[in-house]
Ligand binder design. Sequence first.
Ligand code: HEM
Length: 128
Amino acid sequence: MTTAPKQRPKYYDLNLAHLPVPGLVSIFHRISGAVLFLPVIPIALYLLQSTLGSEAGWLRWREFFADPAVKVIVLAFAWLYLHHFFAGIRYLLLDVHLGVAKAPARASAKLVFALGAAATLLVAWRIW
Ligand code: HEM
């Protein structure tokens, strides 16, 4: 019997590309939750106040959001929200023990990414 110490990894594998799909859904859910809280909510409230406050404010922001570069940024935030939303529904279903086995959990994780991408495309179609 050998007494040599077992080979163990000397570092954590933090490469996102090596995570299983449910792990990716989870990390993006956490990141999107944080980004939605700050800065998205304060910005959205400020825009609401500014656009509803006066006609000049409305026209200024309408021009700002007509810029294609701004639309791309809006789409990135839209994807973050939509991913958070669909992943959130998935977690609520897991909480009531729906789809907890490995195969359905992986399938639902892929579905979260697919629905997030499809809904973001719908937003892109709507704002362009
Ligand atoms: C602007 C709106 C929202 C903000 C700022 C927000 C923010 C957050 C944050 C910061 C977390 C903690 C993430 C973590 O530490 O892992 C979280 C978790 C969660 N969110 Fe949201 N969220 C929003 C909207 C929603 C919506 C619409 C849903 C509906 C599906 C949702 C469902 C969930 C669920 C189920 C969790 C817990 C996930 C778990 O068990 O780990 N959230 N949210």
